[in-house]
Design a protein. Sequence first.
Length: 65
Amino acid sequence: MKTSSVLIVLLLMNSGVLAGMLGTQIVGFLNPYIVGGSELLLAAAYYGHTVIRDVRNCFDVEMKW
């Protein structure tokens, strides 16, 4: 849960920067392609984390002898 929360916060912060750049063009020194690429990377990291967590929870089986 903690890793998912961090990834969601980073994704939202990055989305806010990208929206601000496209909307106002105030921050001219950042390349929007780099920000967009990092947003895709963060989204892929979040998706990968949720898949790994779901697979780990699927195989969490207790065996009683």
